[in-house]
Design a protein around this ligand. Structure first.
Ligand SMILES: Cc1cc2nc3c(=O)[nH]c(=O)nc-3n(C[C@H](O)[C@H](O)[C@H](O)COP(=O)(O)OP(=O)(O)OC[C@H]3O[C@@H](n4cnc5c(N)ncnc54)[C@H](O)[C@@H]3O)c2cc1C
Length: 375
């Protein structure tokens, strides 16, 4: 028998759903309260390191592979005209780990929700929490619809601007802007020749990848800009100007697909790393709520998947909730710290216009060495 039987998970993103699945698999009943409608943005997601192993433990590996592709390609940086600036060998395989997956976020979310629900998790949308109060043997949560519920534990998996964190840790470190904005452009398309790693431009860099499912082009852009909110029209004007700085034939071809109605997802690269502890009483933070960073390693989602799997392992082997939470922190901190710090350093180097040469390779290699260890 596990030390807990019923918990609330706040947030139905990658961390929330992976922990719901893993805990349900371990016999713990989970409610997931998701503030939104669980329709994630249509972007791609790379799942590398041991993230595919975590997908396997969650019982969804084959389904995720079926909606994505195996392998993330060779890291090559091109100039705005399409010439090669730098090329690194493909990252070393991690012994015993599965191949990285180039996935599609909405498909991943759909698969995780379906799996969690099939295992018995109750996933509610348009729902959040107002307050959390621990009593001697339970935690009492007031939901945003006014209902008062009693649980054995609460998991805050509500992302970088976590409400759970602000309730449980009013003294948590501030979220900081890394100095770069991300714009992701997705549109229905067949493959375009020249697909590869990043193409450096005057205002930042961009890449493009074809996603076989759902036959779409995914173009992530990383831009050195002040933190800014952009309307759809502003984002369109900006991307139009940005693409006009390229003469690489593939980008000129892609540029023809940009319209004022194009799907453009604008996000700041913010980051935050909580030190010890990640729990207060019966409430624990996981995923971006505890450790968020830029996408320079493309590992935040992988860390969120691992968090879910490891949390369930800790809950099923510990003698108390306190011990489970302590062990969880000890097993997770070094890995996520490596991802947060390496990503922020890579972002800083990029903003200083340092060449993406051997030093970036060394930083990535060191970080991947840590992530190669079992989680
Ligand atoms: C541009 C970009 C590209 C990235 N690319 C990659 C990549 O290729 N590979 C990779 O591994 N990682 C990538 N990441 C990182 C990855 O997206 C995150 O680390 C991951 O989504 C974190 O998962 P999470 O569940 O902790 O948080 P989130 O994905 O933010 O999910 C949090 C969930 O909680 C919900 N929520 C928020 N507030 C509340 C509330 N008050 N009550 C209830 N619910 C709430 C949200 O609606 C959301 O569904 C990228 C990040 C960015 C910004």
């Amino acid at each position: 028998m596990t030390i807990v039987s019923k918990g609330l998970i706040v947030g139905g993103g990658i961390a929330g759903l992976s922990s719901a699945i893993a805990l349900q698999q371990a016999g713990v009943q989970c409610d997931v309260a998701e503030i939104g409608d669980l329709r994630p943005v249509g972007a791609g997601i790379g799942l590398a390191g041991r993230a595919p192993d975590a997908l396997d433990e969650l019982g969804v590996y084959d389904q995720v592979v079926a909606t994505g592709q195996l392998g993330l390609g060779r890291p090559v940086m091109y100039d705005a005209a399409g010439g090669v600036l730098s090329a690194a060998p493909p990252p070393d395989d991690i012994p015993g780990a599965r191949e990285p997956i180039g996935g599609y976020r909405p498909a991943l979310a759909e698969i995780l929700v379906k799996r969690a629900t099939e295992l018995g998790a109750r996933v509610e949308t348009g729902m959040s929490i107002e307050s959390i109060v621990d009593t001697a043997d339970a935690t009492v949560v007031t939901m945003t619809d006014g209902e008062v519920r009693s649980y054995d534990f609460v998991i805050g998996a509500d992302g970088i601007n976590s409400r759970t964190r602000s309730l449980a840790f009013p003294d948590a470190p501030e979220v900081r802007y890394a100095g770069q904005m991300s714009i992701r452009w997705v549109f229905p398309s067949d493959p375009v020749d020249g697909e590869g790693w990043y193409i450096s431009g005057e205002m930042g860099r961009m890449a493009f990848y074809h996603q076989p499912y759902p036959n779409a082009m995914y173009c992530p852009m990383v831009l050195n800009l002040p933190r800014t909110k952009m309307s759809q029209q502003e984002a369109y004007e900006f991307v139009k100007r940005f693409l006009d700085t390229y003469t690489a034939p593939a980008i000129v071809e892609l540029r023809k697909h940009l319209t004022p109605e194009s799907e453009l997802i604008v996000r700041p690269f913010d980051w935050m790393l909580m030190g010890k502890p990640w729990h207060r009483g019966r409430t624990l933070l996981i995923g971006d709520a505890a450790h968020a960073t830029t996408a320079h390693m493309g590992m935040g989602g992988g860390m969120a998947l691992e968090d879910g799997v490891v949390l369930a392992q800790c809950v099923t082997t510990a003698a108390s909730l306190e011990e489970a939470y302590e062990t969880f922190f000890d097993r997770r901190f070094e890995r996520v710290k490596t991802v947060v710090e390496t990503s922020v350093t890579l972002s800083e180097r990029e903003q200083q216009n340092l060449p993406p040469g051997p030093e970036n390779g060394r930083l990535m290699g060191r970080a991947m060495g840590v992530l190669a260890q079992p989680y």
